[in-house]
Ligand binder design. Structure first.
Ligand code: HEC
Length: 106
């Protein structure tokens, strides 16, 4: 019985990890992030990093670090502060699935 409970718990965890909602991330990105990073994460201003095509774990870590202060940036701290765990996963999933014209070069 313990094994079955543990197995179900694992499946639920895996399911939660895979549940990032790309469409919700896209909607939020257009609402908040697009002014600086571009609607699809392809910023055209050198002051704002391109997010398109970046690894989702990298993006999520950056957002968590801005939120906690481990990565110190006054601008991004403000935007990350209001993001929930789900927002971070959804935004990271969205930007990672966007095409970057730079992807082909590397
Ligand atoms: C007012 C402009 C502005 C807005 C709006 C903004 N950002 Fe940023 N973002 C920046 C700047 C500037 C940096 C570079 C900060 C640094 O040097 O660490 C950055 C960096 C980042 C990084 C790190 C990129 C890397 O290559 O390490 C991520 C991820 C990110 N932003 C996500 C977002 C998300 C998601 C949103 C919307 C919720 C958002 N940003 C909204 C200006 C903005």
């Amino acid at each position: 019985m313990k094994t079955i409970t543990a197995l179900i718990a694992c499946l639920l965890l895996i399911n939660a990890a895979a549940a990032a909602d790309v469409a919700a991330g896209g909607a939020k990105a257009k609402e908040i992030c697009s002014a600086c990073h571009g609607a699809d994460g392809n910023s055209t201003d050198v002051n704002y990093p391109r997010l398109a095509g970046q690894h989702p774990d990298y993006l999520a870590k950056a957002l968590r670090d801005y939120k906690s202060g481990d990565r110190n940036n006054a601008i991004m701290k403000g935007f990350a502060a209001g993001l929930s765990k789900a927002d971070i996963e959804n935004l990271s999933a969205y930007f990672s699935t966007q095409k970057s014209p730079l992807s082909a070069k590397y």
